[in-house]
Design a protein around this ligand. Structure first.
Ligand code: ADP
Ligand code: MG
Length: 354
């Protein structure tokens, strides 16, 4: 009877896991799955600070705002660069999920588990927890993103066995070695998907005298970008529209897969070097574990074609990209909603209670 009641209440629970990413924010709602995937953008009035839009609507405004409005990415570099913006996002999503379930009289306030970049300071952690509680959470727990990504990828992180996870997001690449439910070693590089997009903008300017917007460059990266020469990648082509630097007039050019691979190579090399550095610092026992289990990749940046092979060749380790790498962190947070034992082990910092 009690079990049934609990199961029934569970259906109405709005307990949620949130991935507060530098590029994308995802929300997993217990028993329901991933309900929100939005770019991590906030548009607001410069003078008053009034929030005008959040998510994709705010992203559309980026680069097109009049003087009085700004569209920002609060977590751009893996630290909370804009606290008010981060708070506005959390507030918006928590309320959206929680309040939309109010057709049933009294839904309990949700527990919220938030994935945060590992570079976030103690002060920022407190601020994130406080913002979640402010937004209506009953309890807020924080989990470092590499840990959440590993859990989302299904790695047995609480075993006495070394695991390496590489999460290439928008603003940061998180490289971590995990064992026994803890982070043994980690490094957060400020080089990730955004930088790859920048490399394409730079390439277009230098090689074709062409000004390319961020959205177009990102599209090129996704449609023809690759890390290594593969069977098909060299044949890929993208037609891009931008502006001629000299004349200022619209201009259209074709980029080949080979050109784009060359443009991306230096940035990808930096990421690979970061992985090698962490491996070098890793205790030998754990290195041999990783050699057995392989390196797991997650995050949107790991969708670049052939990146697994590139990392594998450089490190001589097996490498695999987890299924649906962009949602690994939020799925990890989601799993923790129903695994009290594991949550206790992996949560960081202070827990705030309403
Ligand atoms: P974050 O966790 O920092 O919010 P994500 O894991 O959501 O970042 O990844 C976002 C990054 O992944 C962006 O730089 C985006 O351009 C890149 N990305 C998304 N899809 C692809 C793809 N198919 N190929 C290459 N890069 C991609
Ligand atoms: Mg991420």
């Amino acid at each position: 009877m009690l079990a049934m009641l609990n199961a029934l209440l569970g259906l109405f629970s709005t307990d949620m896991g949130i991935d507060l990413g530098t590029a994308n924010t995802l929300v997993f709602v217990k028993n329901k799955g991933i309900l929100i995937r939005e770019p991590s953008y906030v548009a607001r009035h410069k003078k008053t600070g009034a929030v005008l839009a959040i998510g994709s609507e705010a992203k559309l405004m980026a680069g097109k705002t009049p003087e009085a409005i700004e569209a920002i990415r609060p977590l751009r570099d893996g630290v909370i660069a804009d606290y008010d913006g981060a708070e506005a996002m959390l507030n918006y999503y928590i309320k959206q999920v929680h309040e939309h379930s109010h057709w049933i009289a009294k839904v309990p306030r949700p527990r919220v588990i938030i994935g945060i970049p590992s570079g976030v300071t103690e002060v920022e952690r407190r601020a994130v927890s406080a913002a979640a509680v402010q937004a209506g959470a009953r309890e807020a727990y924080l989990v470092e993103e590499p840990m959440a990504a590993a859990i989302g990828a299904g790695l047995p992180i609480d075993e006495p066995r070394g695991q390496m996870i590489v999460d290439i997001g928008g603003g940061t690449t998180e490289i971590a070695v995990l064992s026994l439910g803890g982070i043994v070693l980690n490094r957060s590089l400020r080089i990730a998907g955004d930088e790859l997009t920048e490399a394409i903008i730079h390439f277009a300017r230098v090689k074709y005298g062409m000004l390319l917007g961020e959205a177009s460059a990102e599209e090129v990266k996704i449609t023809v970008g690759s890390a290594i020469a593969g069977e098909k990648t060299s044949e890929l082509q993208a037609v891009v529209r931008g502006r001629d630097i000299g004349s200022g007039l619209p201009k259209s050019t074709k980029f080949s897969g080979t050109e784009i691979r060359e443009a991306l190579a230096p940035t990808l090399q930096t990421i690979v070097r970061g992985i090698m550095d962490v491996l070098e610092e890793t205790p030998p026992e754990l290195v041999s574990d990783i050699l057995q289990g392989g390196i797991t990749m997650a995050g949107g940046g790991s969708l670049i074609r052939g990146i697994d092979k590139m990392v594998s060749e450089a490190t001589s380790m097996p490498v695999w990209v987890t299924d649906e790498p962009m949602s690994a962190v939020v799925r990890g947070c989601g799993k923790l909603l129903t695994d009290e034992q594991l949550l206790k082990k992996v949560k960081v910092g202070a827990r705030l209670r309403y």
